[in-house]
Design a protein around this ligand. Sequence first.
Ligand code: FAD
Length: 428
Amino acid sequence: MSDVSYPVRTSFWGTTSADPISVLDGREGADVVVVGGGLAGLSTAYHTARLAPDLKIVLLEKEYAGYGASGRNFCNVPQLARADLSSLVRLLGPEGARYIVDHQAQMFEDFQALIADESIDCEFQVVDLLHIAVHEEMVSGLRRMYEQHREYSFPSELLDAEQTRKYVNEKVFGGLSCSRNGYAQPFKLSRGLREAALRRGVVIHEGSPLSRLSRNAASFVAETPGGSVEAKQCVFATNAYSPGIGVAKGVISPNYTYTIATEPLDDEKFELMGWHERHRLILDAGINHWDSQMRPNRQFLMGDAMHSSVSKDGVSLARHDDPAVYEGIQAEMLKRFPFLEGTPLDCAWGGPLGMTESRYPVTGKIAEGLFLNGGYNGRGVLMASLSGRVLAPELAGVEVDDGYKRYADLLLHHGREAVQISTDGVTV
Ligand SMILES: Cc1cc2nc3c(=O)[nH]c(=O)nc-3n(C[C@H](O)[C@H](O)[C@H](O)COP(=O)(O)OP(=O)(O)OC[C@H]3O[C@@H](n4cnc5c(N)ncnc54)[C@H](O)[C@@H]3O)c2cc1C
């Protein structure tokens, strides 16, 4: 390994610090306490407050809203994630898979309605996503994906090698361009959802990590270093951080995945890359892959889902500033785009993924009054942002007939029975 140092920041997309005025100080009562201020926790708080404005909802966040994966991700908002159709059919059979595909089409609309209703400026754009075959044997996989897309009425276009090279100047053997795909700037999305929750009356305590949870006869007491919240219902939305606080160990496995961003490319290098406006994101086909994207200001980003670090003890998270992983991504970038040699890097960062065996999250009740909303793997932007639609009716005690219950019953309860939370003392 060389001694190159990398410009590591928490997130390329934006960072802030906990609002000092919001830090929990003293004792409070609430109807619902939500732990974790990523998209899952914010969505839970926001949608519950929207459905039941009379409930008092308090959210505890260790750092600041959007500190975790939600503020660091790769911006992709897909109706269908990469291997969704195959895994959905395997998990649920053709009929269940069809319900989920149709429901996720509705979710794609609901996501856009949410950001429009709340005027969340997150650079959202509906834009095609390109999967590329960087090895010849990946072409058959793309063809299978395309055939499944047709069977389930999902809009995509199969491209041969020459057509694919019109969109990226590297050695490719074919491509699959998918429509009904979105792009959202993650930090702006998270902070926008935070503002929306605050406007709906949610109390957000940043800089307030949960340090212990205990149960009284009728309620939970969530303690932080500065105070406590007593609430009838408690929702854990701490995703990859969960096992570290005694929650869902063995059900949610922490992983870490990394990205680099160049400085804006000059005209010559940008032309050589051969990107056009049709796609902002290109993902390698296959399970292990590299992701790339071109920002409108011509910053080129490359992420490594190929070598993401799996937690060895199932609890601790990998090092954020490990130069070896950034060096590996830079080497891959230069192998594929040799003309980028000498291009300075603007930022290097990583983020935690909460992985589950089914590759889908666990969103639902796991004990009386206790809920888990986590395990979003690498596909949380759409699902976590709308996860509050699943939980809000149950938290508020009202019935809502909008398809989210059936979606959750089919897809989001895998592994729920195995979730362990030490309610008589979660110690950080
Ligand atoms: C690099 C990267 C790229 C990705 N790319 C994509 C993509 O393109 N598209 C996509 O759909 N998904 C993507 N994902 C996944 C997506 O970002 C996540 O699935 C989603 O953000 C999960 O949201 P969350 O709220 O569950 O978790 P998080 O955003 O991680 O939120 C958990 C929160 O809990 C807080 N917390 C932890 N411990 C405590 C405590 N003791 N007390 C209080 N709070 C606590 C944390 O500070 C954090 O804010 C990517 C993820 C990464 C890391």
